[in-house]
Ligand binder design. Structure first.
Ligand code: AMP
Length: 468
């Protein structure tokens, strides 16, 4: 049996000490935002993204910074810094610095925190020696800049985290002044929970051809989706899939695989089986992706085979079926996948083909959604009946499973607790206003628990308009 492996941290090209640190943290796979942002940053690109807390965004920008240091980047001279991370609050500054220390535990590096409300002396001393990574709030940084305590002349990267909160707090003029002091060329990364015009304007003024990233919160599956699972050996999946898709009820189906190669293979197999399909994944050019989407949207092909990254944010009318040909490694991806159907008030059908090696992934999904999936027998007749919407053909898994989940948390975090969004202008990454500290981080969540969704987009405007 062929085992396909999801992108790993080493696939991303990170240096060994960084890989060791993420392993020590218990991370198995990069979160979607990490899988997208890290390669872009390693390639020296600017990044513009809508991203909230809980997506793994901190590691997405910290790991590439540490990578450069691990690869023997020059030590900063006195009063210089190599990279600057601007954040709105002291708490966040401390938290980001803590992440730098954690992910940099096997990399020789220096990090300093410069925030208001703290004594100047220790900050001045830390800066005097020069630091690799400086985490700062804008006000105090400006104080130190004008006092000549630190210079940004040799910084190669700047990250603006939670940019819209910095805007709300009135930091925009300071940020513009600070950015004006940074040399070019440099990498500029801008992350924001929302994208109001002043932030877009900032990006236009200070970034060059940024990679654009969208991170959306995970919602719980809509009730209108009939969900079931077929337990099937891996070797039988292809034949079963083709049979399922041949059913008359299948008007427009999205088939998800874990890997790009897997998507291509499924498409080839379907073609041989007489089911015309298109594939969309990260290795396809933008033109190919758009053509595949167009064929699917227009009904030229009834089936689109996709990986998670490529399918993120897709808003296609009339998807009647979602097939999980392979289970996703992170359970939230299941919610995203099946959310591609039952849109705009319609119903939809989602079926998951689960081989014995995927049982644990299935359990993780069932825990996340708080229910067990109905089990359809692994025979063509049942599978076709399920495809036609006859969920009586599937029986519900033993109720003990459901009971076991009664104790399970509602969902991973605020982001995953959102109700399904309706169609129309949607609250993309609408900031959650909280009282008290913006983030309260304890330990890393269990794997995959808070991992949201990222996608490279061709235009931020489109993303704001379309994402669903
Ligand atoms: P952030 O969005 O940066 O606030 O990160 C949210 C949480 O996700 C933090 O507690 C991280 O420790 C955790 N985290 C970050 N990356 C991963 C990963 N690849 N796998 C599992 N957990 C992660």
């Amino acid at each position: 049996m062929k085992v396909y492996v999801l992108t790993t941290f080493s696939d991303l090209g990170l240096a060994e000490p960084i890989l060791r640190a993420v392993t020590a943290e218990g991370y198995e796979t990069p979160t979607p935002i990490q899988a997208t942002v890290i390669p872009a940053m390693l390639a020296g690109r600017d990044v513009l993204g809508i991203a909230q807390t809980g997506t793994g965004k901190t590691a997405a920008f910290v790991l590439p910074l540490l990578d450069a240091i691990a690869r023997g980047g020059r030590r900063p001279a006195a009063r210089q810094c190599g990279a600057l991370i601007l954040v709105p609050t002291r708490e966040l500054a401390q938290q980001v610095a803590e992440s730098v220390r954690t992910y940099g535990q096997f990399t020789r590096h220096t990090v300093a925190v410069v925030v208001g409300g703290a004594k100047h002396g220790p900050q001045i001393r830390a800066l005097a020696r020069g630091v690799d990574i400086l985490v700062a709030t804008p006000g105090r940084l400006e104080d130190h800049l004008s006092a000549g305590v630190v210079s940004l002349e040799r910084a190669t990267t700047v990250v603006l985290d939670e940019a819209d909160q910095m805007l709300d707090l009135g930091f925009m003029p300071a940020i513009r002044r600070i950015l004006g002091k940074l040399p070019r060329p440099r990498r500029t990364m801008l992350l924001s929970a929302t994208m109001p015009p002043p932030i877009r304007e900032l990006a236009r003024a200070f970034q060059t051809d940024p990679a654009e990233i969208a991170v959306t919160p995970v919602s719980r599956p809509v009730e209108a989706i009939d969900q079931s699972v077929v337990h099937v050996p891996s070797a039988d999946k292809r034949a079963l899939l083709a049979d399922y898709l041949r059913g008359d009820a299948v008007d427009r189906a999205l088939v998800f695989t874990r890997t790009k190669r897997g998507a291509d293979k499924v498409m080839q197999h379907l073609d041989k089986a007489g089911v015309s399909s298109a594939a969309i994944h990260g290795n396809k050019s933008q033109g190919q992706r758009e053509r595949a989407l167009q064929a699917f949207r227009s009904g030229g092909v009834r089936v689109l085979v996709a990986t998670d990254i490529a399918a993120r944010g897709l808003d296609i009318d009339g998807v009647t079926h979602v097939v999980n040909y392979e289970l996703p490694n992170v359970p939230e991806a299941y919610v995203h996948r099946i959310g591609r159907t039952a849109r705009a008030g319609r119903s939809g059908i989602a079926i998951t083909l689960c081989d014995p090696t995927e049982r644990k992934l299935l359990r993780d999904i069932e825990r996340l959604i708080g229910r067990s999936l109905a089990v359809a027998a692994n025979d063509d007749a049942t599978v076709r009946a399920v495809a036609a919407g006859d969920h009586g053909a599937a029986r519900f898994a033993p109720s003990t499973m459901t009971e076991a989940f009664d104790d399970a948390p509602e969902s991973g975090d605020d982001a995953t607790r959102r109700e399904p969004r309706s169609r129309g202008p949607k609250p993309v990454a609408k900031r959650q206003h909280r009282k008290g500290p913006r983030r309260q981080r304890t330990k890393a969540p269990s794997r995959g628990q808070r991992l949201d969704d990222a996608s490279p987009r061709t235009g931020l405007e489109r993303m704001l308009g379309n994402l669903g």
